[in-house]
Design a binder for this molecule. Structure first.
Ligand SMILES: [Fe+2]
Ligand SMILES: [Fe+2]
Length: 142
């Protein structure tokens, strides 16, 4: 199929978001381990792997549309002043992802691209779950 240029733009923006999320969660996992929070490190590492899987699903859609994935430059990982700041930072990250995926899904619907729309709605739902999980973990413990 011929790919809609703005759909490719949304997919690429989403791919950049996912790699930025991988970078942030891996950096936080590293800092958590260095700071003596091994449980947090493990959980953050697992989050990074989930976001990596999201990146791969977006890559598959880009490749189906005939485009080589290119995430571009990533924003810096946000570490705040340490582990106590991670939940708030990660709620911001996940909230931004939900908005991005909802807008991307709406665009896909407008251009009648159901495969992309389904992918974007699924990812919006998963990011909403990530957001919810960070609301429940406000206080890190050693
Ligand atoms: Fe994600
Ligand atoms: Fe996420």
């Amino acid at each position: 199929m011929t790919a809609d240029a703005r759909t490719l733009g949304w997919l690429t923006r989403a791919l950049q978001h996912e790699f930025a999320a991988v970078q942030q969660y891996l950096a936080q996992a590293t800092l958590a381990r260095m700071s003596g929070y091994p449980d947090w490190a493990e959980r953050l590492q697992a989050e990074a792997m989930e976001e990596l899987a999201h990146a791969q699903r977006l890559m598959q859609r880009l490749i189906e549309l005939g485009v080589a994935p290119c995430a571009g430059a990533l924003p810096p990982a946000r570490l705040g002043r340490g582990v106590a700041d991670f939940p708030a930072l990660n709620r911001q990250l996940e909230q931004a992802a939900v908005v991005l995926y909802q807008d991307a899904a709406d665009h896909a619907r407008r251009v009648r691209d159901p495969a992309t729309e389904v992918l974007m709605r699924e990812l919006a739902q998963e990011e909403a779950q990530h957001f919810g999980a960070w609301q429940q973990d406000a206080t890190p413990t050693h």
